[in-house]
Design a protein. Structure first.
Length: 291
């Protein structure tokens, strides 16, 4: 049984040079707050598999794109599942944690997502656009993303790529959840400055939109970020469901909102640790994960 003061291994790459974000600042601040209730040790993602056996839970946070340490991450997942290690977020997620294939699944199921295909035969299912976004199935952090003209679509090397129409959106907005509860929302009013975020007050329709993807996903304990764009017609479309290690932009929040988030995360993490058993399965990784 976990001790009265649980031991938590916090996984972070403090030196990763993220675009427009400072991983180290967010993780230093968050671990300081978690240390009020947990015994915390911080490690690099390359060391997580070897160290996690001595802890009550592993919290995977700002550890950079898995693409940069794929073999080590796969070994970590395999051992964590085999040994019943409590991982936060739980490894059962179906969003970016399991690869970008969920965009195809959600498109086919009629969810409000930017239409996505991965076969030349399906290009006709996409709406007409002046250009199209082409992204690797194993991409992250915009690595490998390019925009192509319609006449180039037929010659694309299908098999390892996804294709979407380029949406001339008004702004991007992100909804941040702990477990299944919305904690706050932030948006980037300037489409050219993705990480210049400001507080956003979601409408009831916005909340319902974001909640659909949380309900669809299979995570009971963890932090998730639903990224969306406001399309020209006013509707929201899903961009990504970040369910592995989403950056939280806690520095943008008011002290009160930040305190509320930390308190809710502590409660969630404690609930995960207090479980008698741990689900012994996790989805097989299909492609790439976070950011």
């Amino acid at each position: 049984m976990p001790s009265a003061r649980p031991r938590v291994l916090y996984v972070s790459d403090l030196a990763y040079p993220a675009k427009g974000r400072r991983y180290c600042d967010e993780d230093i601040a968050l671990t300081a707050r978690l240390r009020e209730d947990f015994d915390i040790a911080v490690c690099h993602p390359l060391d997580a598999a070897a160290l996690m056996g001595g802890f009550d839970a592993v919290v995977v946070r700002n550890s950079g794109p898995v693409l940069h340490h794929q073999a080590a991450y796969d070994a970590f997942r395999e051992r964590a599942v085999a040994d019943g290690v409590r991982v936060y977020n739980q490894l059962s997620g179906k969003g970016d944690m399991a690869g970008k294939g969920y965009l195809l699944e959600l498109t086919a199921a009629g969810y409000p997502v930017i239409p996505t295909v991965d076969r030349a035969a399906d290009l006709g299912l996409l709406p007409a656009a002046d250009s199209y976004a082409v992204k690797p199935r194993q991409g992250a952090d915009s690595i490998g993303l390019e925009f192509v003209a319609p006449e180039r679509l037929a010659g694309l090397p299908f098999g390892d790529i996804l294709v979407q129409p380029r949406v001339d959106f008004r702004y991007e907005v992100s909804f941040y959840f702990v477990d299944d509860t919305l904690q706050y929302a932030l948006y980037a009013p300037d489409p050219d400055r993705r990480w210049a975020l400001e507080p956003y007050e979601p409408t009831d329709a916005d909340r319902e939109f974001a909640r659909r993807f949380i309900d669809w996903n299979d995570i009971t304990y963890g932090v998730q970020r639903v990224d969306a764009c406001r399309a020209p017609g006013g509707e929201l479309l899903l961009v990504e469901l970040e369910d592995l290690n989403p950056y939280l932009s806690l520095d943008v929040l008011s002290p009160e909102a930040r305190d509320a988030f930390v308190a809710r995360m502590k409660t969630s993490l404690r609930a995960l640790i207090d479980q008698e058993t741990v689900r012994a399965t996790a989805p097989v990784r299909q492609e790439e994960q976070p950011r």
